[in-house]
Design a protein around this ligand. Structure first.
Ligand code: ZN
Length: 345
């Protein structure tokens, strides 16, 4: 024995908030708009959370579930009452930031959509690695799931659902998918999400689509930037990409990658277990709305100022833990948020 008591708390201090060490940018096309945009990832001060900045419109859009405006093919953030103030396909860069443990950052785009790059989160992880990550002098809050919330879509044994359950540590995910296309079929994956597992198991999984849907999407003015360079295209039993799949169950891994990005819109790290079948952007967002619809479902842990009387260092993006929580309290985000300072490049 080393003389230490048996019951050492497993987490005596919260993890620190983190931001990028420097700014970094890339150029690419939006998968749906087909527009070429420049994206930059920039450092941000303690308490900022993740904020999308449309540099062409000079507006900021907080990366928050209650700013999600459209989930039909990707996750679109928008400012309420301003339909032009939107940023589409935020989920992969959100997943990369959350997966790498970045709590505060400004993501600028000079157009309506985040570049799709290779259709996965790997390029964003590469950018984050190039920029570097620094810890900040404040603990990061965690949103602890206190009781199970569940949202469903459809009926029968193959109905889609997503559920968040209480869990002792971090964010666990157990997901399954079922497609008629033989190349996809049924796939399932269970994972504890950490920077290590995100990089190793999820980041490289690409978005995918069915060949028969490509023509319909493009006729509807969508997927204009889509190609075999940025999406896996499946024609029943065949994968049309010349290089095939990166991993045999790339499809369910990408669905989990999407869920990491969508759930990061909670505004702080989640402590809970996601169990989902055939879930997608819409259900993922409905799940967060259901979680925050009742204060008894969750609580904010940590992230408070360590010095009484000093500035509050809670995440501006995180829901309030003072009883004004839930959607009613979230409407005042713009008033409560910490201004994002110029990036210290
Ligand atoms: Zn995706």
């Amino acid at each position: 024995m080393d003389g230490l008591p048996y019951t050492i708390p497993l987490q005596t201090t919260a993890a620190p908030q983190r931001t990028l060490k420097a700014s970094i940018d890339c150029v690419g096309v939006g998968v749906h708009s087909g527009r070429k945009t420049t994206l930059t990832l920039q450092p941000a001060p303690v308490g900022s959370g993740i904020v999308f900045r449309r540099t062409d419109l000079n507006i900021d859009i907080p990366a928050r579930f209650d700013h999600v405006d459209d989930t039909r093919l990707c996750t679109v953030l928008a400012l309420p009452g301003r339909p032009e103030a939107r940023v589409g396909t935020v989920e992969h860069v959100m997943a990369a930031l959350a997966g790498c443990g970045v709590t505060n950052a400004v993501v600028t785009v000079d157009g309506p959509e985040v570049p799709i790059l290779d259709g996965s989160a790997a390029s964003f992880v590469f950018l984050i690695d190039c920029a570097g990550i620094v810890t900040q002098d404040a603990p990061a809050p965690t949103i602890e799931v206190l009781r199970t919330v569940r949202v469903t879509q459809g009926h029968g044994e193959n109905a889609a659902f997503a559920e968040l359950r209480p869990a002792p540590f971090g964010l666990d995910m157990a997901m399954s998918i079922a497609f008629d296309a033989a190349a996809i079929g049924r796939q399932a994956l269970s994972l504890r999400v950490s920077p290590e597992t995100f990089r190793a198991d999820l980041a490289r999984a690409r978005t995918f689509t069915l060949a028969q849907e490509v023509a319909a999407l493009q006729a509807a003015g969508l997927a204009l930037g889509g190609s075999l360079d940025n999406a896996v295209v499946v024609d029943n039993a065949r994968v049309l990409n010349p290089g095939g799949l990166r991993v045999a169950d790339e499809f369910v891994r990408h669905k989990m990658l999407d869920a990491v990005g969508d759930l990061a819109l909670a505004g702080a790290a989640l402590r809970g277990r996601l169990v989902a079948h055939r879930s997608g952007h819409a259900l993922n967002n409905q799940l967060l709305r259901a979680l925050f619809a009742d204060d008894a479902n969750w609580r904010l842990v940590g992230g408070e100022s360590r010095h009484p009387g000093s500035a509050d260092t809670r995440m501006a993006n995180a829901p309030s833990a003072d009883g004004s929580a839930g959607l009613a309290g979230l409407g005042s985000w713009q008033e409560r948020r910490v201004p994002v300072a110029a990036a210290p490049v």
